[in-house]
Design a protein around this ligand. Structure first.
Ligand SMILES: Nc1ncnc2c1ncn2[C@@H]1O[C@H](COP(=O)(O)OP(=O)(O)OP(=O)(O)O)[C@@H](O)[C@H]1O
Length: 232
């Protein structure tokens, strides 16, 4: 079942600096929402508040219309959120297989079709199964990180700049996978690579200095309009 997900009027401060201001949106079940914005706009901070890694100063995170603002990251994960952070954070000492199997065991999907499907989405993972995470290219690590998130059978997959520093053919492969997942889960995509976001998302939110300055359906958004908010 797809998640009903929303955030309401989130504020966040680092010391006296306000980094998020009254940020609110919903993600329609099964859709991909892209959050766009320049470096420092507050995108990663927003995702950390959504995952419960930092507490917002004000506002609410709503999962299936339940207030989850004070839930631990683990509880959010059990409720169906999966987070692929910027920089990927795979276990570089473990093999590809161990990375996936550890996540699957923790979520009770070890050896199930959920685990098998997550692996089969990225054929390179089978080829590299016994290699250490550290031996993978950046793009392969990103694919591993996404597969590891998918073995938790998320209802909302949250990705922080999955294309950053990755070669074009792997970006294309990741885009294809994300498009194939829509409908079965919702996706929250933080992205600075505009063409990738346009190909993948159903709706957009643009963050600038911690505030939402533009929102809209993908079909209603021109590339020119979005570039205005992102170009340096
Ligand atoms: N732990 C922290 N302590 C103090 N300030 C921080 C901290 N983390 C981020 N900031 C500041 O908060 C603002 C928003 O940062 P954030 O990382 O959320 O932006 P971003 O849009 O994700 O940018 P990027 O694309 O560079 O990651 C920036 O000005 C940043 O310097």
């Amino acid at each position: 079942m797809n998640m009903r997900f929303g955030i309401e009027a989130l504020d966040q401060h680092y010391g006296s600096a306000q980094v998020l201001r009254q940020v609110g949106f919903e993600i329609a079940p099964g859709e991909c929402l892209a959050v766009l914005g320049r470096n420092g706009a507050g995108k990663s901070t927003l995702l950390k508040c959504i995952m419960g890694l930092i507490a917002p100063s004000a506002g609410r995170v709503m999962l299936d219309e339940v207030d989850a603002t004070t839930w631990s990251p683990n509880r959010r994960s059990r409720a169906g959120l999966a987070y692929v952070p910027q920089g990927r954070e795979i276990f570089s000492e473990l093999t590809v297989g161990e990375n996936i199997e550890a996540a699957a065991r923790a979520h009770g999907s070890f050896g199930t079709p959920v685990m098998e499907e997550a692996i089969s989405l990225f054929p390179v993972l089978r080829e590299m199964w016994k290699r250490q995470g550290a031996a993978l290219s950046g793009g392969q690590q990103q694919q591993l990180a996404i597969a590891r998130a998918l073995v938790t059978q998320p209802r909302l997959l949250i990705l922080d700049e999955p294309t950053e520093g990755i070669q074009p053919n792997i970006v294309a492969a990741i885009g294809e996978v994300l498009r194939s997942l829509k409908g079965r889960m919702s996706i929250l995509l933080v992205e600075q690579y505009l063409d990738f976001a346009i190909e993948t998302a159903d709706a957009f939110v643009v963050l600038s200095r911690g505030s939402i300055v533009e929102t809209g359906r993908a079909a209603a958004m021109s590339r020119e309009n979005l570039t205005r908010f992102i170009a340096v």
